[in-house]
Design a protein around this ligand. Structure first.
Ligand code: SF4
Length: 464
């Protein structure tokens, strides 16, 4: 496997109501959301009576053929791409999850992490529930099924009132599409329209691909029920302070997406401009690690009026796996993917811009490659503050040991990576680059202020 460049993404969700080709649109939507999860993909479709599903391990185009999509008939469909933040990477954990209960079929796809999943699951198992998988999402389906006696909409509200943590959810029954965000709104979710039908997606880039029109973001704490009667919005909980994951703007979301009207590309460029204000360094070559550092590097260079160079070239045709060389070749996995431009870097003072450093191991290998290419000095600027605290809300650094900045000073990180200097954007600089108030964000991985807790016995495999 190719080594992972940075933090892994979590999941992407997509749903359509009121289009004759709902499953095919969902396939395209998942294609646009592939950056949010590459381990498994699934689509469930309904013609109003019969629910059909197909799921598999791998990328969207590997999981679905024309034949699969042909069998997923109906005007209603939901889809999911997964990277595991709770539960292992197994087909049994692929989503959407579907259960049949009391004559009704319910399917759920989830982006985020439930921080009380372990407690809830233990309680449900003690009460007789049988689980098929080790992912936290299945708990939501069980909680809905248990409360169906209240009526479907009340059962959904009751179930979501019991779970804590981060969720942007897409659900469906035979005839209704449901979208919901947790009361703090950790993960994005937006609503669009297409030819009189409705579309829900993790990010607006998925609406763009199918030429759906953006309507609005789903509000934190809002549940939407979408069916032949129209769109019904329910807000069962009192409004609380929101906690949108600022890392969506730094790393996760696609730059062509807008979240609450804020374009991700523009914010990343402004992070680079803020870096230029805080750390205007002199260098012969200013370059990003592609593609993660591209936007901040562009903003940095434009702010200082210096040229941007592309000192490392990405091989765009490398798949997820490849045949390893028979002889041991050091750092082959990194070099096959990114190769330095020796003629550009030799004898130069090089400044590298990157969007984040999580474990530090990939940055270390890449900086070594730049030094091996003959660079005289190598400096690095990072367009967010050091990640000092783990994330329990759906990103895959849920323990301190996975974060180099947890127990190391900036000087120690600089030494580990092999740099002549290293500096980070300040938290104030990061927030001002978003042009959104600080109180709107979760900043826990930077400042340790966890706004949703307590975390109850959480680890990625806590339910296995
Ligand atoms: S802890 Fe960090 S990565 Fe996790 S939700 Fe909060 S801002 Fe996002």
């Amino acid at each position: 496997m190719i080594s992972q460049d940075g933090p892994r993404d979590h999941c992407g969700v997509f749903g359509v109501f009121g289009h004759h080709d709902a499953a095919k649109l969902t396939y395209f939507g998942l294609y646009a959301l592939q950056h949010r999860g590459q381990e498994s993909a699934g689509i469930v479709a309904s013609d109003g009576k019969k629910v059909v599903e197909h799921k598999g391990m791998g990328l969207v185009p590997d999981v679905f053929t024309e034949d699969h999509l042909e069998r997923l008939k109906g005007h209603l469909a939901i889809g999911h791409v997964r990277y595991s933040t709770t539960g292992s990477s197994l087909l049994s954990n692929a989503q959407p999850f579907t259960v049949h209960h009391g004559g009704r079929t319910i399917s759920v796809g989830h982006n985020g992490n439930l921080i009380n999943a372990h407690t809830l699951r233990t309680r449900l198992e003690n009460e007789g529930s049988i689980f098929q998988a080790s992912s936290d999402t299945e708990i939501i389906v069980h909680l809905i099924a248990k409360n169906l006696w209240l009526g479907f909409e009340e059962a959904v509200a009751k179930a979501l009132g019991l779970v804590k943590g981060a969720y942007s959810l897409i659900m469906m029954t035979e005839d209704t599409l449901i979208a919901a965000r947790d009361p703090k709104g950790f993960r994005p979710l937006c609503l669009g329209t297409l030819n009189g039908g409705w579309v829900v997606a993790s990010e607006t880039c998925a609406l763009d691909l199918i030429e759906a029109e953006y309507v609005r973001d789903v509000e934190p704490g809002e549940i939407l029920f979408i069916n032949a009667q129209g769109v019904k919005s329910v807000k069962p909980w009192a409004t609380t302070r929101s906690a949108f994951c600022i890392f969506e703007y730094i790393y996760f979301a696609r730059p062509d997406s807008n979240i609450y009207g804020h374009n991700v590309y523009a914010i990343r460029k402004r992070q680079g401009a803020a870096l230029a204000k805080e750390h205007p360094l002199e260098a012969d070559v200013v370059m990003p690690f592609p593609d993660s550092g591209n936007y901040a590097a562009l903003g940095y260079c434009q702010a200082l009026g210096v040229p941007l160079d592309l000192g490392m070239i990405r091989n765009h045709y490398v798949g997820r796996t490849f045949i390893q060389p028979s002889q041991s070749m050091r750092d082959f996995g990194v070099r096959v993917k990114l190769n330095p431009v020796r003629a550009l870097l030799k004898d130069k003072r090089v400044l590298v811009i990157e969007d984040s450093i999580i474990r530090g191991t990939t940055a270390r290998t890449r900086i070594k490659a730049i030094r091996d290419a003959g660079a005289k000095e190598v400096h690095m600027l990072v367009s967010c503050p050091p990640h000092r605290y783990p994330c329990f809300y759906g990103i895959d650094f849920s323990s301190r040991g996975e974060l180099i900045a947890c127990d190391n000073t900036v000087e120690a990180i600089q030494e580990f990576i092999g740099l002549d200097s290293l500096a980070y954007l300040s938290l104030d600089g990061l927030i001002s680059s978003t042009r959104v108030e600080k109180e709107w964000f979760c900043l826990a991985c930077f400042d340790g202020n966890y706004l949703e807790g307590p975390i109850e016995g959480f680890s990625k495999t806590c339910m296995e």
